[in-house]
Every structure is written in structure tokens, then in C-alpha cells.
Design a protein around this ligand. Structure first.
Ligand code: CUA
Length: 322
């Protein structure tokens, strides 16, 4: 798996702007550090006691010197001014207020809702077309197209951070923030919630799947359809719909209409479950449903004490959701 989370390998113009600013700031800081430490070490060596006359004398006492005072006020002032300018320029490049969606704009708008402890994605507009697709934790976006994320929170403050694509931006209850990026090329880009949000904060992972625009279109089409009803999973489907799963989860085309937990409509199209912390395998699904609390203590899904037979049925049904 590609585990690269470094801001030093940017994969979008926005992340590149942040990287070059970081390098510039680092360079200026290193230069200042070398000058200050250099003068310090030079003074320590040059004025050490062994090199002074045998009779210790006081150095000449200097009270105030206009040129020196002006110099050491102006120089840091200049440095701060330059840093403020380049930072403002980068902010200008990175923080763009989203335009209104219109036909043919080749732009994707997705609402991201931070929740304890997973990411809810609602696809709003693509190329001016209104969408009804909802998914969780794995965000699909087209390469080389503008992407605007509309960031909201359902509970506490979270922070969306996929370092190779964009800077981090908080998701704050009662407030809407925006983020935009344009990924250079297809690939999997990992991220992480970057604001402590409770017990499972560290397991609130982000997976951004960047696809070619064609692949993205076909992903979008398949996500917009209701999953096919599989006869073999019928008993599992009935059981699932009779349980309280339906109060929190949604499966398009069924009576499960919950909006409180990940949308399961196309669960099998996702590579992971539990906010990117577990591979989406039948074994993990079963363990998760048997008792989510052992896998992610504190998460909001309780164990339903299903029998082994019921577990098999529910997992069978979930596996039909492609
Ligand atoms: Cu969500 Cu930390």
C-alpha cells in the first residue's frame, strides 16, 4: 500500500504551493539560525578568559547605539514582512471560494461531514450535474479536475488532511469551510483526521482515490444505481431490514434510510471498513458486526448480540451490496 503522507511529495498545485512555502520558510530560518549561532560561537571563542590579559578588566561599556538598534529592529522586521507576503500569496493560491456549479465547468463539489469517527461524503455536483451519490471514508475524485470540498461537522471539530493533495482544514460544527485541490495524476492518496476529536481520532483515516475522468464517471454512474437484489442474499436482506441497523445506515432502494452511520448502498465497492482501519474482507465484516467495540473501542455502533447464523446472513447480505 502506498503509505506516503509527506507534504514534501505534493501531488497537486495546492500541495506544491504549501511545500515551496515550507521550504522557503525553513531556508530563511536556517540562515538566521546559522548567523545567530555563528556570532555566538565566535564570541565564546574570541572572548574566552584564557585569551584575555592576565589582569581581568571590564569590557568597554556601551550604552545604546543608534545604528545597531536600528539594524536589529529593521532586519527582523524585514524578515517578518517578507514571510507575511509569501504566506499571504500562498493562502491566496490555496484558499479559493467555490464558484457556483454550472454546466460544463468540469468541477466536482462534495460535501464532507466529519463524524465521530468517520467521513461522510455527499456528492453534490459534477460538471454542473446534480448528484445524489453518498459514500463514506473513501473519496473518489477525477484527476486534473477542480475539486471543491464543502466541510461540515456533525459533532465536534475534525480536520481534513490529505497531505499530498492539500493543506489541512478544520470541520467545525455550525460553520462551513471549503477546501479545493486538483490532483495531478491518478492514485491512492492517504490522509488522516488532524484535529483531536475523541477516542478514535487516530483511526479516522482518509482515502482519496484519484481516477481518470472516465473512470470517475463510470464510478459515479455505478454509485448512483441501487444495488441489484441478489436472490441468495434474500434471507440476510430481510434480517438486516428487521434489525435496528436501518435506523443509522442507509441502503438505497430499501427501507434502510438512516443518515447517522456510513451509507452501505455500495459497501463492497470500498476497499476498507471502519474508516480505513480494516480491510473490507468477509472476516473483518463479520468481526465488526459481531462487536465493533473490540475493534474500535468507543465507536458509536453497539454490538447487537447476533447469533452465528444471523451473522452469516447479515454478512452475506452486505456482500451483495456491490
Ligand atoms: Cu476526527 Cu480527529
Amino acid at each position: 500500500m502506498n503509505e506516503n503522507l509527506s507534504i514534501f511529495s505534493p501531488a497537486s498545485p495546492q500541495a506544491e504551493a504549501i511545500r515551496s512555502l515550507s521550504v522557503l520558510v525553513m531556508f530563511i530560518s536556517v540562515v538566521i539560525f546559522l548567523i545567530v549561532e555563528g556570532v555566538l560561537i565566535w564570541c565564546v571563542v574570541r572572548f574566552r578568559r584564557a585569551r584575555q590579559q592576565a589582569v581581568p578588566s571590564e569590557p568597554p561599556q556601551v550604552y545604546g547605539s543608534n545604528p545597531i538598534e536600528i539594524a536589529w529592529t529593521a532586519a527582523p522586521g524585514m524578515v517578518v514582512f517578507i514571510l507575511a507576503l509569501v504566506t499571504a500569496r500562498t493562502l491566496w493560491e490555496v484558499k479559493v471560494t467555490p464558484p457556483l456549479p454550472r454546466a460544463g465547468d468540469n468541477t466536482l463539489f462534495v460535501t464532507v461531514i466529519g463524524r465521530q469517527w468517520w467521513w461522510q461524503y455527499r456528492y453534490e455536483h459534477w460538471n454542473g450535474r446534480e448528484l445524489t451519490v453518498a459514500t463514506a471514508n473513501e473519496l473518489h475524485v477525477p484527476a486534473n479536475r477542480k475539486v471543491f470540498l464543502i466541510l461540515k461537522s456533525a459533532d465536534v471539530i475534525h480536520s481534513f488532511w490529505a497531505p499530498r493533495l492539500a493543506g489541512k482544514t478544520d470541520l467545525i460544527p455550525g460553520q462551513t469551510n471549503y477546501m479545493s485541490f486538483q490532483a495531478d495524476k491518478p492514485g491512492l492518496y492517504l490522509g488522516q483526521c488532524a484535529e483531536y476529536c475523541g477516542t478514535q481520532h487516530a483511526g479516522m483515516l482518509i482515502r482519496v482515490v484519484v481516477e481518470s475522468p472516465d473512470e470517475f464517471e463510470s464510478w459515479l454512474r455505478s454509485q448512483a444505481e441501487s444495488p441489484a437484489t441478489v436472490a441468495a442474499a434474500d434471507a440476510g436482506r430481510k434480517l438486516f431490514l428487521s434489525l435496528s441497523c436501518v435506523n443509522c445506515h442507509r441502503v438505497d432502494g430499501t427501507s434502510a434510510k438512516g443518515d447517522y452511520a456510513p451509507d452501505l448502498t455500495h459497501l463492497m465497492s470500498r476497499a476498507t471498513i471502519a474508516s480505513g482501519t480494516l480491510e473490507n474482507t468477509p472476516k473483518n465484516l463479520r468481526a465488526w458486526i459481531a462487536n465493533p467495540q473490540t475493534l474500535r473501542p468507543g465507536c458509536l455502533m453497539p454490538a447487537f448480540n447476533l447469533s452465528e447464523r444471523e451473522l452469516t446472513l447479515v454478512v452475506g447480505y452486505l456482500q451483495s451490496l456491490r
